[in-house]
Design a protein around this ligand. Sequence first.
Ligand SMILES: Nc1ncnc2c1ncn2[C@@H]1O[C@H](COP(=O)(O)OP(=O)(O)OP(=O)(O)O)[C@@H](O)[C@H]1O
Length: 552
Amino acid sequence: MVLYDLISRNIKIKRRTFVALGCISGLANALVLALINNVAENISDINRENHILYYLALFSLTIAIYGLTQQRLMTKAARTVERAIAGLRVELFECVRYTELSTLEKIGKERIFNTLSKELQTISQSAQLFVIIGQSITLVFFTSLYIAYHSFVAFLVISVLIMLGASIHRLRANEIQKNMQLSFESENMLIQRLSDLLDGFKEVKLSVPRADDLEQEFIADSTRARKAKTTTQTLFATDFVLSQITFFAATGAMVFLVPMLSNVYTEVVIKVTTASLFLIGPITSIVGGIPIYTTATEAANNVLALENELKQATQRGKNKEARATDIRTFEEIRLEGAYYQHNRPAGDRPFFVGPVDLSIKPGQITFITGGNGSGKTTFIRMLTGLYELQGGQIMLNGHGVSSAELDSYRSLFTAVFSDFHLFKQLYGIRVSSQQEIDDWLVFLEMNNKVSVENSEFSTTDLSTGQRKRLALLSTILENRPVYIFDEWAADQDPIFRRKFYEQVLPKLKARGNTVIAITHDDAYFHLADVHLKMVEGQLMEHHTVENEGAPS
Ligand SMILES: Nc1ncnc2c1ncn2[C@@H]1O[C@H](COP(=O)(O)OP(=O)(O)OP(=O)(O)O)[C@@H](O)[C@H]1O
């Protein structure tokens, strides 16, 4: 049901149309059986009375009705499921978009990739299966009615055996689900190992032991996935064989058992036996479809679990319609007792930043220094609202920023993080003049390498320092009130580094922009209006630290 609920929650499924089409095609299918039985039984009479053409026409008409309704049914099912999947894809994308950074860090990229690609595809592949299973159930129903009409005892025997077959499957459903979950988790790990290989390809190429270890881990995960999948498939295969045996037992019961249990004529035995043989197709479809259905149900469970986790702790997720407003100016950003603690594995020493009390004024240039792991990046994420504070608050122009206002608050900032991502397309940046872009490209000494056309960089296949210049250009074109740079100049040559500190930052300041830069370039410390230092999660004025002789 979870699968049906997931598919139907955003689109209106025309159940009546599906049921009507399914009944017609199932009935037509059963009629084919009745016609064949009838003609075979009375062939000499039919020939004698010249009725063969009449039966042939009826037979053709029944097949045509079956073909048309079946085709409509399958097309409709595919359309419905694909529309639902497309909606789900966008919904999950939005869930990721609206979730918090801390939630995303907890969930991990691999699971999101796996769910958005493989799991949705699994659900999509099950579309035709719904029809085939639905239609097979209809056919089993009509054929059973046909059998019941001729012999109620035969009908009872068939029903008992079909129920027996279904119970065998139900008994093992838990074990199957457990193994499917195990294979999903192993596949997430496989994606992580593959990302390690691709993202760290250079490092892997340089070190055979690293490559060996990575491959060993990959093989171990792959073996785990294989074992879980093989166990699942073995369970399915046994189910399949048992259900086939049950079915053969049912057909055998028609000739061996039914005549013993009731006084039926030979022609009735022939009819119910033929009818039960006619059940082979639909019952095989149902039993064969169970693995796909179960896999798709498990995929639906994984989609829902991910969606729930993404939505958790996302207050704004509930209110997506309330779009953030762009804030283009501010008088003061103040942190009051701001505090954030990272989730750490049990037993690890907790790490927290804060409480931080700080005031940032427009046009100010603030430098933040501090040792590795002292909490500078964490602090920047707190300040920009990327991490929701666990204590204290952010005050904007004297008013506390609520959770619901965080999206708007974040629009104050633009940033080049140390692990920045360069978007080839200038998403969300509306530049009024091409001249402005070209001028900046010249200023950043990138005009001979890159051009911007249709809001897109002509290339991003550049050196790290050059890519950082393009990331800087994107932020400049964005023109937000506050600029965040996390060790921006670390990858620049000395000449451009100087240009960054002595020309770019003053240019931004002259434009009225505020700059907060994490930096270790002590040659330029004098350019800062405010100089702060982070020491083990505690933010303090730089001279205070120097006076106390704290470690750097
Ligand atoms: N996502 C995370 N989950 C758990 N702990 C984290 C996470 N990110 C950082 N930490 C921990 O927080 C501490 C501070 O990290 P942070 O990145 O803020 O330091 P930093 O001063 O920016 O360091 P660096 O100069 O090396 O970039 C580190 O001890 C780190 O282990």
